[in-house]
Design a protein around this ligand. Structure first.
Ligand code: 5GP
Ligand code: ZN
Length: 104
């Protein structure tokens, strides 16, 4: 059984304010926003951290960045931060890869 909360969100077992979805990824509002815009862009595929990326994941990861860029534009962010926290020591709390889009 998969107890990952972000897998539960992609499987619609947990609610989230979804901003975007396609076959590869989903983007939803962070539950504790750090700024006006705080969206998490995640792959639908469960990858625990960036450290677990494999050959062949390059396109998927580029796709996350492209979707984050489009959501920043859609939400009128003049500038923004795109961040991955990697591992417990890097500040990661949810072990399903997610790209933070944070902007004013
Ligand atoms: P991390 O430190 O792992 O990069 O960040 C995890 C992020 O997920 C945090 O900013 C936290 O607020 C957010 N988060 C944790 N649980 C949930 C949840 O159930 N729903 C949503 N939408 N965001 C969550
Ligand atoms: Zn997961």
């Amino acid at each position: 059984m998969n107890d990952c909360i972000f897998c539960k969100i992609t499987n619609k077992k947990l609610p989230a304010k979804i901003q975007y979805e396609d076959e590869l990824c989903m983007a939803f509002n962070d539950i504790h926003p750090k700024d006006r815009i705080h969206i998490l862009v995640i792959p639908k595929k469960h990858i625990p951290t960036i450290a677990y990326l494999e050959d062949g994941d390059e396109k998927l990861m580029g796709h996350l960045i492209k979707i984050a860029k489009e959501l920043a534009k859609k939400n009128g962010c003049p500038g923004y931060r795109l961040t991955f926290f990697v591992g417990k020591e890097g500040g990661q709390e949810v072990f399903h890869v997610h790209l933070h889009l944070i902007g004013k």
